[in-house]
Design a protein around this ligand. Structure first.
Ligand code: FA5
Length: 347
């Protein structure tokens, strides 16, 4: 029996040494220390031995039991620690790792160009105001010296809005340009006036590479005593240098708009060829960027300004066209196509 106990002890310890998981450890406990274990069997049969043998074997059996119990406890503590350590290692966070990039939005290229244009005029001392996109016919046309039946109305193909009742200001329409804001500003303020008006405009036009039925303009208006065409040229040239670069040259040519006299169209020398002629400027060497002119005396009179005392200049530019010129974009429709491959180039 003593030999059996010795053999049992070494077998149990050797088995225990090979275990590294808690369920197998529990099986081991049932096998070697459980009620139906060999050891328990021996302890239970002690009564059948002679008293002297019973004491010796009983002591050895109890020693083996205590040893196995303490080894079992040690092993369990060890395995639990190993498992805990593995878990900690698994859950470890590397705080030095770079974070996953977050997707943040960006401004649309038209917004970027618009802010640049408006920023340039702010720096020149202009206020920024905005106005309604649904406008009265009287402000969009009549008060800008374009009476009904005037052929110039054909130049601005118009979306009319169904309007009912008595309409002293004519029909309602989607403004075809930001120029009606000249009237709204002058009706509300006394000279001197210096404002720019960014905003969306609408024209009933077929879409092509340079035309959309919805687009953005920036209107400008300055009214004061003694303002001349030289002020117009100086202001717009300074603006061009800020937005297109200080080396740019400008060109003013006669153009007709009913609400200015004289009227002009301003062009910048082409950034692609510096005036020599290329594909971008259609070989002309110049890119037209806006309409401008001295505010027509009739317009000043219409808002109650005295044209013998005050003079002013006004201008209006297309933001999409300027953005196209700045970035070499050849189709206006790209701005509205919502194609991320295009938009991401303007980060
Ligand atoms: C005007 O709208 C005048 N109100 C500008 C003006 C203001 C002249 C003050 C004098 C004094 P025009 O129709 O040329 O002018 O339009 C001005 C600019 O708007 C054009 O040069 C162009 O850049 C832009 N534009 C006009 N129509 C479209 C369109 N369908 N799509 C995109 N841009 C357009």
């Amino acid at each position: 029996m003593i030999e059996q106990l010795e053999e049992l002890k070494s077998r149990a310890l050797e088995h225990l040494g090979r275990l590294d998981a808690l369920p197998a450890l529990e099986d081991w406990r049932v096998t070697y220390l459980g009620k139906r274990s060999e050891l328990n069997q021996i302890l239970r049969n002690l009564g059948t031995l002679e008293p002297s043998a019973r004491r010796t074997v009983g002591q050895i059996a109890n020693d083996v039991k205590r040893l196995l119990e303490s080894e079992f406890n040690d092993r369990r503590t060890q395995i639990e620690r190993t498992l805990r350590e593995a878990e900690v290692a698994r859950e470890r966070i590397d705080v030095t790792r770079p974070a996953k990039p977050t997707l943040i939005g960006q401004k649309h290229p038209i917004t970027q160009t618009l802010e640049e244009i408006v920023g340039a005029f702010r720096a020149l001392g202009y206020d920024v105001v905005e106005g309604p996109e649904v406008e009265w016919e009287k402000l969009n046309f009549d008060m800008l010296n374009i009476p009904p039946e005037h052929p110039a109305r054909d130049r601005w193909d118009t979306f009319y809005v169904k309007s009912e009742g008595s309409l002293p200001l004519g029909q309602m329409l989607l403004r075809t340009h930001t120029s009606p804001m000249q009237i709204r500003v002058m009706e509300k303020t006394k000279p001197p006036v210096r404002v720019v008006v960014p905003g969306r405009c609408y024209r009933y036009e077929a879409t092509d590479a340079t035309h959309e039925s919805q687009f953005t303009q920036v209107e400008g208006l300055a009214v004061d005593e003694n303002l001349t065409f030289a002020d117009l040229k100086g202001t717009l040239t300074a603006f061009t240098h800020m937005v297109f670069g200080p080396e740019r040259r400008t060109r003013f040519r006669v153009d007709f708009f009913p609400f200015v006299e004289p009227g002009a169209e301003m062009a910048v020398d082409c950034h692609g060829c510096h005036g020599a002629g290329c594909r971008i400027c259609k070989q002309s060497g110049w890119l037209e960027i806006m309409g401008a002119g001295m505010v027509h005396p009739k317009v000043l009179e219409g808002v109650g300004y005295d044209p013998s005392r005050y003079t002013g200049f006004a201008f209006g530019m297309g933001v999409e066209r300027i953005s196209m010129l700045k970035y070499g974009i050849d189709d206006i429709r790209l701005f509205f196509a919502n194609d991320l491959r295009f938009l991401r180039q303007f980060r």
